[in-house]
Design a protein. Structure first.
Length: 413
């Protein structure tokens, strides 16, 4: 009956619960596969913005610089670096995207890849002049599409979404018709963590003859994705969040195999051409995913990403998802017990099947509260207008850390 009471605030037995959950966690060994937190950080709750440093990355970078860059110099391109974008793309596809080989490539930033894929899709649907996008999609997605609309003289059809939830199949069904070339949506909402029903939305868009481009930045590495099975046409996503690739690590693009020969992205660079070193007179695209590339691949970043990805490959995305649901459920329990009575609103789905890897909590003073938490070494992030996002990267976050972070938030209120 009696819960453990620590300090001046009764904790309802949650500290003990956290300790038990950590002891029972099938992925507990993975907590040791990341470099320790710096001594001034009490709880890192922002792995969905920048994932932590995986063990092995440091050594791999040092080795690469010494032996590969330093030792092989220009010979390294022919020997092994040139095909890293496809090789790593295939690994991400298998580990996290449900994508068969030959459909994923690591390229530039998410923003640039989204631009390339959206332009290619629009051009593949001549006579259709509309792109469907929702009002709460990630800013870069919305801005890029605004730019494309201006550039190509097409219109954006905005779906008004609930910022505490996200895009639904019904909304998409209402928005698509014979004038829609493309639907662009986020699989997991960066704000609420809403998981869109990607299979249903893709099918609805296809019935109307439109293509679909999924931004999987906030799901890759935390929520299982099945691009092949869902019939998805195009996708792109980040590698520096749940994939732990490091700041500025390049993004990946997926193009369904059956579209690869027809789609043409707009940035025609030499490394996407059929034979870059022929230095030919005109551009002729390479076959397959290579044509998505434009310029020289981001080799150093891919070295770090490759090491980090190994930890996810070993854990398996289904086990990662089980832990993710347990972590966000625990965070919600703590929020309900400690924070909701203090005027905090939960702005993420309660249904675990619709909730991705983070939990957003809102209160009008949360911008200032977030600043105070950072000073205490508790690091969630703030999202306008009044949301604190508790990001819970499953492989590197313990239940005790969730407990410490939310205890600090409680104390601040
Ligand atoms: C983080 C994120 C991005 C980031 O794009 P960059 O080009 O890497 O800055 C894009 N879309 C979504 C949904 C994101 O969560």
């Amino acid at each position: 009956m009696s819960g453990t009471v620590t300090g001046s605030l009764g904790d309802g037995g949650f500290a003990e619960r956290a300790a038990r959950a950590d002891a029972d966690d099938p992925l507990r060994a993975w907590l040791e596969r990341f470099e320790p937190l710096p001594s001034d950080v009490v709880a890192y709750l922002d792995g969905n913005s920048l994932g932590r440093v995986a063990k092995g990355v440091n050594e791999a970078m040092v080795n690469f610089v010494g032996e590969q860059w330093g030792g092989r110099l220009i010979r390294g391109w022919d020997e092994s670096w040139m095909n890293m974008p496809e090789a790593l793309g295939d690994r991400i596809g298998a580990a996290a995207l449900g994508a068969g080989a030959g459909q994923v490539i690591v390229g530039e930033s998410t923003s640039v890849l989204l631009y390339k894929l959206a332009r290619a899709a629009l051009d593949a649907r001549p006579g259709r002049s509309c792109i469907v996008v929702d009002t709460d999609n990630f800013p870069t997605d919305r801005y890029l599409l605004e730019g494309i609309a201006e550039e190509r003289g097409c219109t954006l059809r905005w779906v008004q979404t609930d910022p505490g939830a996200g895009l639904t199949p019904d909304q998409v069904a209402t928005a698509v018709d014979g004038d829609v070339a493309l639907v662009v949506a986020s699989h997991v909402s960066y704000r609420s963590a809403w998981i869109a029903d990607a299979a249903a939305i893709t099918a609805i868009a296809h019935e109307a003859g439109a293509l679909v481009l999924w931004d999987v930045s906030h799901s890759v590495g935390s929520v299982p994705i099945r691009l092949d099975e869902w019939g998805v046409d195009l996708a792109a996503g980040c590698t520096y969040k749940y994939l732990n690739g490091g700041p500025g690590a390049p993004a990946f693009a997926y193009v369904r195999r059956e579209h690869q020969s027809a789609l043409r992205q707009p940035i025609w660079g030499w490394l996407g051409s059929v034979d870059p070193f022929a230095m030919g007179a005109g551009y002729e695209p390479s076959a397959g995913m290579r044509s998505v590339l434009s310029g020289t691949p981001h080799v150093l970043s891919m070295v770090a990403l490759g090491v980090a990805l190994g930890h996810l490959e070993e854990a398996g995305i289904e086990a990662v998802r089980r832990k993710s649901v347990a972590l966000t459920s625990f965070a919600l329990e703590l929020a309900d017990a400690w924070l909701v009575p203090e005027g905090v609103a939960v702005a993420s789905p309660r249904d675990p099947d619709r909730r991705g890897g983070h939990v957003t909590l809102r209160r009008p003073d949360f911008r200032a509260v977030n600043e105070r938490l950072w000073k205490l070494g508790v690091i969630p992030d703030f999202r306008y207008p009044d949301g604190i996002r508790i990001g819970l990267a499953p492989l590197s976050t313990s239940f005790a850390e969730v407990y410490r972070g939310l205890s600090a938030l409680r104390a601040e209120l």
